[in-house]
Design a protein around this ligand. Structure first.
Ligand SMILES: [Zn+2]
Length: 140
């Protein structure tokens, strides 16, 4: 019988060194800047990545805060949330200083089956300098 190992609790620091759900760097060097430290994503793509990570982490306040007021849902719950498997950015189109589109594929699993969400999302930057999600068109 092996010597019992002391159980090692997961610290916040361990969590922050884990790879970011969006597929970027370590979480602490990637979307944690926006989700946990209040930095403002400089581009629509950075915002898109941080929103994907917020979906993975069920961070409703962040998602609502980065949603355009006119298309924002009143509340968000994660009761039937899928298991997100990964994000791939396909294209980032900067239309002008205040408008951009990001095409992405997000893979997820629901009820044991894997699916792909292929969407082109529209974003706008308001006068406060913050990008927000407006809406998107689905492919397929
Ligand atoms: Zn990230």
């Amino acid at each position: 019988m092996a010597r019992p190992q002391p159980s090692r609790s997961t610290t916040t620091q361990d969590l922050e060194r884990e790879p970011c759900p969006c597929g970027g760097l370590a979480f602490d060097d990637c979307c944690a800047r926006y989700l946990m430290r209040g930095d403002i994503p400089p581009t629509a793509e950075a915002l898109m990545r941080s929103r994907y990570t917020a979906f993975v982490r069920h961070d409703a306040p962040y998602l609502l805060d980065t949603w355009a007021v006119r298309t924002r849902p009143a509340t968000l719950d994660f009761d039937d949330a899928p298991q997100w498997l990964g994000l791939q950015i396909k294209a980032h189109l900067q239309r002008d200083d205040h408008h951009a589109e990001v095409e992405f594929v997000a893979r997820y699993k629901i009820g044991g089956r894997a699916h792909r969400l292929h969407e082109r999302s529209r974003f706008e930057r308001t006068d406060d300098g913050r990008w927000r999600y407006i809406d998107g068109d689905l492919f397929d």
